[in-house]
Design a protein around this ligand. Structure first.
Ligand code: NDP
Ligand code: 8X3
Length: 252
């Protein structure tokens, strides 16, 4: 069987990094992306083996120009992407609507919604030409249950769910699967980014319970992308056992 190609956005950390690891273990060839060049290079060296070639593309997903330039630099062979994992994303700030910084809203909207769309626009064209492919978008419990102080982050993740549902209808005639994987609390760099590097605030998010880790989500992602051709998992919601809703976490 020919080796599959997966393109993972946001592979320098957290869920994307663990997804790259598990797909390398399962002999996918990989295109890994992110802004941190050193991390991409270290990861490329870690993941490559006899049955896994890794290509890294360094770009800011908020910039359509950078996205287009990076993707169009790929050769015809590398454009045969079987699986696109739209994972790059962030929350910026934890504030009510009247106090939040508008630049935080812009970075979330530009990354979580527009960045996902820029990448998908190009890659879906390649998949349509080949009449096959699988697009997996990382949603969130925040895309199902909005919570206070997360207005715009929740809005972006609701958008990801809506965009995924509509894309699934549009792309079915081209034999392209569309799935969403929506996690609850996963301990990654997510909270450190949300609280702008304030370690204490970030650590508090995961205190008193066992959160998910990147590998937990990566295992489910691998399950979703390794089903037989006639099976699509539309949506998976994965929560820590102690988290029963977006706002309810049982802490000891
Ligand atoms: P991390 O902060 O650990 O990883 C985020 C990844 O996204 C990094 O690789 C980062 O790369 C990339 N990224 C962010 N902004 C940009 C940008 N402008 N251009 C290119 N790449 C970018 O967080 P997670 O692994 O937790 O987050 C991954 C996804 O999972 C996100 O979409 C997040 O919303 C979602 N999610 C996370 C949950 C959690 O609790 N952690 C729960 C539910 C969903 P770099 O900085 O190198 O550019
Ligand atoms: C990340 C999970 O609950 O912090 O999407 O929004 S949450």
């Amino acid at each position: 069987m020919k080796q599959k190609i997966a393109l993972i956005t946001g592979a320098t950390s957290g869920i994307g990094l663990e997804t790259a690891r598990i797909l390398s273990e399962n002999n996918f060839n990989l295109i890994i992306t992110g802004r941190r060049k050193n991390r991409l290079e270290d990861l490329r060296q870690e993941l490559e083996h006899d049955h896994c070639v890794v290509l890294s593309l360094c770009f800011d997903i908020q910039s359509k120009e950078e996205v287009d330039q990076a993707l169009l630099s790929l050769s015809e062979e590398w454009r045969k992407v079987d699986v696109l994992i739209n994972n790059a994303g962030l929350a910026a700030g934890f504030d009510p609507i009247d106090k939040a910084k508008t630049e935080d809203w812009e970075s979330m909207i530009d990354t979580n919604i527009k960045g996902l769309l820029y990448v998908t626009h190009e890659v879906s064209n390649w998949m349509i030409k080949r009449n096959e492919g699988h697009i997996l978008n990382i949603g969130s419990i925040a895309g199902i249950e909005p919570y206070p102080n997360g207005t715009v982050y929740c809005g972006t993740k609701h958008a990801v769910i809506a965009i995924s549902k509509a894309m699934r209808i549009e792309l079915a005639p081209y034999n392209i699967k569309v799935s969403t994987v929506s996690p609850g609390a996963v301990e990654t760099e997510f909270s450190l980014v949300r609280f702008k590097g304030e370690k204490e605030k970030a650590q508090k998010v995961y205190e008193g319970f066992t959160p998910l880790n990147g590998r937990d989500i990566a295992e489910s992602i691998y399950f979703v992308v390794s089903r037989p051709a006639h099976v699509n998992i539309d949506d998976l919601l994965i929560m820590p056992t102690a988290q029963s809703s977006a706002r309810d976490i049982f802490r000891k």
